[in-house]
Each structure stands twice: as C-alpha cells, then as structure tokens.
Design a protein around this ligand. Structure first.
Ligand code: NI
Length: 156
C-alpha cells in the first residue's frame, strides 16, 4: 500500500492533457493500486492519475465506499473514452480531492457510455447513470486538463 501525494489547486499539472497508456506493465498496475489506496485514504470517490502527478489516461473510482466495510469495489479504467451521452442533464454539487473544501453545482449528462481497457488489457464498456455517470465525467475531464470549476465557470 502506497499513498501518493495529491496535487492541489494551483498545480499546473491539473491543467495538462494526459497521454494514452500504451502498455499495461507492472508500473501501471502499481500506479492503479496506489491511486485506489490514495483515494480511499482521502475519502474520495474518484481520482485521476494527473492528480497524483502522472499524466496518464487512467482513472479510479468507487461509488460504493460509503458502505463502511465495502471499500473494495474500486474500478480502474485505462484510456477511458465517453462514447455516448444522454441529452438529459443533472446538476449535482461536486467536490474534488485537488480542491479541498470547494463545492460547486455542475451540470452533467445523466447517462453516458464509457469504453476503456481494464488492467488485464481487456476492452470493456460501462453504461453509467446518475452518480456513477457524474463521477466518470468528472474524472475523465481531468484527463483533458479540465476541472469541475472550469465546468462551473462555463455554465454560470
Ligand atoms: Ni477531481
């Protein structure tokens, strides 16, 4: 178990675009585990690799964490891509581990489809809605250097 330092507001890495993961080697697997450990330690529900200083298109999330013992439904998505978005939008108050104590209402698509590669190199697809869809949109935005405050500003 290794906890990595979370990059905070003002760190320019948060505005950078991450690069595709080409090979899923032991370093990538270790990074995925460290990202999960770091997310759980910080009581987060999602984390992108750039938030721990790695400009790689990788995210982790776990929306089951609220359930005390069940901290183990962590998902690791490599090179995730949103391939469809509902017209319906939802507005929810979001926060981010890189912006402690900042919460803003952001509009997101209610449903999305995400295609990605898992840690075994298999191509997978998630049809997500509600909270899962919101977390995925927030984390995938990080891979393009977009944070929730950018979305808030463009919507207000
Ligand atoms: Ni975030």
């Amino acid at each position: 178990m290794a906890i990595r330092e979370i990059r905070k507001d003002g760190d320019e890495i948060l505005a950078k675009k991450s690069k595709e993961v080409e090979v899923i080697d032991d370093k990538i697997k270790q990074l995925a585990q460290d990202m999960l450990d770091t997310m759980y330690k910080s009581d987060g529900i999602g984390l992108a690799a750039c938030q721990v200083g790695m400009l790689k298109r990788m995210i982790v999330y776990d929306i089951s964490y609220i359930d005390e013992e069940g901290k183990k439904e962590g998902h690791v998505l490599i090179n995730p891509k949103i391939t469809s978005r509902s017209k319906d939008m939802v507005e929810v108050e979001e926060g981010c581990l890189s912006f402690p104590d900042v919460y803003k209402n952001v509009l997101r698509h209610e449903k999305i489809t995400v295609e990605y590669t898992d840690l075994d190199g298999k191509k997978k697809k998630i049809n997500a809605k509600d909270m899962e869809a919101i977390v995925l949109q927030h984390e995938i935005d990080h891979l393009d250097g977009i944070v929730f405050l950018d979305r808030y500003k463009e919507q207000n």
